[in-house]
Design a protein around this ligand. Structure first.
Ligand SMILES: Nc1ncnc2c1ncn2[C@@H]1O[C@H](COP(=O)(O)OP(=O)(O)OP(=O)(O)O)[C@@H](O)[C@H]1O
Ligand SMILES: [Mg+2]
Length: 410
């Protein structure tokens, strides 16, 4: 028989946080984040960090081994280590914890820690990312798919004929004749860069091409993927590419790529650098002839990381210029196709007067014209409305179009 079994009293485990009132007052951490205090007639013979068992019914306390104290430990990356304080980054939130000399750790390490003790042990000598971020789900990926707008047609895209022809050649043809091109063993066109000032029709043309080529269209916004998807952006990109590769045909449209893919200088945001690296990996990983074409847009082609422009990546570029007079007239006519108009309209006159206007600004004329028409009780836009619409748009044109200084002439 073993010796007599002794069972001690039940109680609540607590850890001394602080002694107050010259030792007569004890402030305690209780389990589960609770706190409490105990006052005594005599000073306590305890120090911060000691663990005690509080006995029920005013039975006092008993000192127990400190190892009994169990505080939930967390995992984070050390961002800053000062003599007394360490700053831990836990998925974007900074926490200050005490610096402990017992554990050798440095900035950038992934560590296990508790808020009161500090770092308990080193888990990795590098920052492990996305420790507590959820996996990107299929339905989140699907949110990037824009429904095809079958009402839009190439006829709705006025002017810029060379741009349209070239874009169809580079995007539509490879998607449609993928097998024939594979047979010829042509090098696949993976990435096409659309450059040009805001409102020059880059997004519109990409969407028309996607719908005409019957391709699934994924639209990714550069600024959004950096901010909203921070920490998950690489995974998101990977999943979008994966999803796209399972479609019959797909276009991945990466809007404002310059917001992530500017030259990876020293000061480039770490997140942006990782996104570019991921994008490069994904593009290099395509099959020899693929069903996916990536289109990226930028207003600042000269700033794009040169690694992205290498063969097999975004090695094709289409520049969307500001429309010349002929283009402007064609754009005005194209937009009018879907509008109710009456009588003959002064397209040529308006085209003449809108030197250096973008397509988007021309489109705005129609919105203003429609407002004028309904205000006057008309059910269709007439010449007078179009002229009035032009004058109003001119007045409200808030900013001058910034022409790209270089890149425009190449
Ligand atoms: N060729 C065109 N013919 C008729 N309308 C056009 C044409 N191009 C653009 N538009 C009109 O201008 C609007 C803005 O075009 P779009 O959004 O494609 O510009 P963008 O080049 O993508 O601009 P940003 O760089 O600001 O994204 C379109 O919604 C459409 O109304
Ligand atoms: Mg756009």
């Amino acid at each position: 028989m073993p010796g007599t079994l002794e069972i001690g009293p039940r109680g609540t485990l607590a850890r001394v946080r602080l002694l107050g009132d010259e030792g007569y007052m004890l402030y305690l951490d209780l389990g589960g984040g609770g706190t409490g205090w105990v006052r005594s007639e005599e000073p306590f013979d305890l120090s911060p960090g000691d663990v005690i068992l509080l006995l029920p019914n005013g039975g006092g306390f008993e000192r127990v081994p400190a190892d009994l104290w169990h505080e939930e430990s967390l995992v984070g990356v050390v961002r800053l280590k000062l003599a007394d304080t360490t700053v831990i980054n836990q998925s974007g939130i900074a926490r200050a914890i005490p610096t402990r000399s017992e554990v050798a750790y440095e900035e950038g390490y992934t560590v296990e820690y508790t808020t009161t003790t500090g770092v308990v042990r080193v888990l990795a000598r590098e920052p492990l990312q996305n420790l507590d971020l959820e996996d990107v789900t299929e339905s989140q990926v699907r949110q990037f798919i824009k429904d095809a707008d079958y009402s839009l047609d190439f006829d709705d895209f006025g002017g810029l004929e060379e741009v349209v022809t070239r874009a169809r050649e580079l995007i539509e043809t490879p998607l449609k004749f993928r097998d024939a091109l594979a047979h010829i063993r042509a090098r696949p066109i993976k990435g096409v860069l659309f450059t040009g000032a805001p409102g020059t029709g880059k997004t519109m043309l990409a969407r028309i091409i996607a719908s005409k080529a019957d391709a699934t269209f994924y639209q990714i916004s550069g600024p959004e993927i950096v901010s909203k998807w921070y920490g998950q952006s690489e995974q998101l990109l990977r999943k979008i590419f994966e999803h796209a590769s399972q479609q019959e045909r797909a276009i991945i449209f990466f809007d404002e790529i310059d917001s992530v893919a500017t030259q990876r200088s020293e000061d480039a945001h770490e997140a942006s650098r990782r996104i570019v690296a991921q994008l490069l990996t994904l593009m290099d990983g395509f099959d020899r002839v693929s069903n996916v074409v990536v289109i990226a847009t930028t207003n600042r082609p000269q700033d794009i990381d040169s690694a992205l422009r290498r063969p097999g990546r975004f090695d094709w570029e289409i520049e969307f210029p500001l429309p010349v007079r002929m283009d402007r007239e064609a754009m005005l006519r194209a937009s009018a196709r879907n509008l109710r108009t009456a009588g003959s309209l002064p397209y040529a006159l308006i085209a003449e007067k809108t030197d250096s206007w973008s397509a988007a600004e021309l489109a705005a004329i129609w919105s203003e014209a429609a407002l004028l028409a309904v205000t006057d009780g008309r059910s269709a836009i007439i010449a007078e409305d179009l002229i009035g619409g032009f004058e109003r748009t001119l007045k409200h044109k808030r900013y001058e179009i910034k022409r790209p200084k270089d890149g425009a002439g190449q």
